[in-house]
Design a protein around this ligand. Structure first.
Ligand code: FES
Length: 245
């Protein structure tokens, strides 16, 4: 297996591991990245509150993950994209998160929020409040803790909390790996959760900004490809996982 190290931001990276977007085709995964299901856990009110990891797949050095949402061998590509004429044109901005994000300044925390990356995982609000209001009241330790928890649970990395005094981002420790999101509360399968700062290469050979948390569309319906934009919910995407039954 490739060695794990840390980059300058403290995010772990797996040297040699990468994901490449294939034009109108799948994601090519290299470097033996672990693959498992990540199920969103909801409370009695339907708010997303945590993750359950299950069904780890046997390790493979390289594999191709379906991007069109039509493979009969999901989560792996079976070539269906070519038969159905999948248009996987990448429409996402190649710029930096910090250049797109809106800043919400609170008492102890500062929140960066890039709505274009929202994957509708719904960790940003529950009975305790929403991440924006909790950030504003982050002088209160309880509000601060909950704001950090909500932002760090966002798989898309739409939201990043910062320590207002030092300016340092607050990120969860994530091993370089891939999760296949399932969302039983909405009865849908969700995006690919790419974790731990794994390089993501566009079909044109350029690199997207390396980030600790990224969600990649695997239903084929996103208008912000290769990233998820929450369209899988409206599309009723189901990869056949039995946790949705
Ligand atoms: S998986 Fe979320 S938009 Fe396709």
């Amino acid at each position: 297996m490739a060695a794990v190290s840390k980059d300058a931001t403290g995010a772990k990276k797996d040297d040699g591991a990468s994901v490449k977007v294939v034009k109108d085709g799948p994601y090519l995964v290299c470097g033996g990245l672990p693959l498992a299901k990540d199920v969103i856990v909801a409370d009695d009110d339907g708010s997303s509150v945590g993750w359950e990891s299950k069904d780890e797949f046997p390790r493979r050095e390289t594999y191709a993950l379906c991007r069109c949402g039509r493979s009969k061998g999901a989560p792996f590509c079976d070539g269906t994209h070519a038969k159905v004429g999948f248009d996987g044109t990448e429409t996402a901005d190649h710029g930096k998160f910090n250049d797109r994000a809106e800043i919400i300044k609170g008492q102890d925390l500062s929140l960066s929020d890039d709505r274009s990356l929202c994957a509708l995982a719904r960790f940003c609000h529950n009975q305790k409040g929403n991440v924006w209001g909790l950030t504003e009241k982050s002088g209160d330790p309880t509000c601060k803790e909950e704001a950090i928890r909500q932002a760090c649970n966002c798989p898309a990395g739409r939201m990043v909390e910062h320590d207002k005094r030092t300016g340092k981002p607050i990120e969860p420790e994530l091993e370089p790996s891939i999760g296949l999101i399932e969302d039983p509360e909405k009865h849908v399968s969700g995006p690919i959760f790419l974790k731990g700062g794994v390089p993501l290469e566009s079909s044109d050979g350029t690199l997207y900004e390396k980030r600790n948390r990224v969600t990649l569309c695997r239903c084929g319906a996103s208008r912000n490809k290769p990233f998820c934009d929450g369209s899988h919910i409206g599309a009723g995407f189901d990869d056949g996982d039995d946790s949705l039954d």
